[in-house]
Write a protein that binds this ligand. Sequence first.
Ligand code: B1M
Length: 211
Amino acid sequence: MIDGEKFYLSVSQGKMDEVRNLVQGALDAGDRAERVLKEGLIQAMDRLGVRFKNGEIYIPEVLLAARAMHAGMAILKPILSKSTETIAGKVLIGTVKGDLHDIGKNLVVMMIEGGGFDVIDLGIDVPASRFVEAVKEHRPQVVGMSALLTTTMVEMKKAIQALEAAGQKDQVKIIIGGAPVTERFAMEIGADGYAPDAAVAVDVVRSWISK
Ligand code: B1M
């Protein structure tokens, strides 16, 4: 029996040991790893995501919670990786060329992972060509790009154009975000979606990839 409230309290307070114990306890009691992930960890992160979106909690709390969630995920990952039905889909993400900001991008990565998706994180300063190579290599359903500088926003356009030139754009949905980015800009450069924050990013990805 998974006690969602206990998971939520431990995750939201960033208590890594407690989260590990809850996960291990549920597994020892016979709960399937998929259920522990969905009804324990993901549900906790979902509740947290809503509070973050509503401005009730802030970035440090989300980062701490995400770390606690990762501690629980580490126990589940070896079990889950044997099953194909658990991972909802694959998301490739990176901060575009010339841009070294990754705090927001990392938050997006953590939240998307918390949503049950497999994330390939290309890191920072990712050139258009690397996005193209990685799409060919990993075959994600979604590509995410982050930019924090007005001067690097143009790199998002370049990466989308490069994906198009390589015949890869129609194979993926593209989401962009970062402080200077807007929905309008996203549409102008041919992205499929935009998210103002990590919680909305998960919602957008979920709307594209049905479990
Ligand atoms: Co820089 N920096 N910085 N900086 N920095 C800004 C962005 C700036 C606004 C500060 C300012 O002048 N007021 C300014 C940009 C101005 C502009 O272009 N309009 C700026 C500048 C100018 C610079 C340098 C050029 C400074 C210099 O060297 N002269 C330089 C550039 C380096 C480079 O990238 N080439 C630089 C360097 C740095 C540090 C290295 C010191 C550090 C980055 C450390 C790191 O990331 N590891 C840094 C920081 C920390 C900031 C500020 C203070 C904070 C950014 C941040 O992490 N915010 C920032 C000022 C500010 O924003 N108040 C600033 C918290 C983070 C959680 O929010 O990243 O917006 P954010 O992410 C959000 C959403 O945007 C969204 O979700 C996240 C979570 O909700 N989101 C996505 C982000 N990516 C997404 C992707 C999605 C969806 C949503 O889908 C894929």
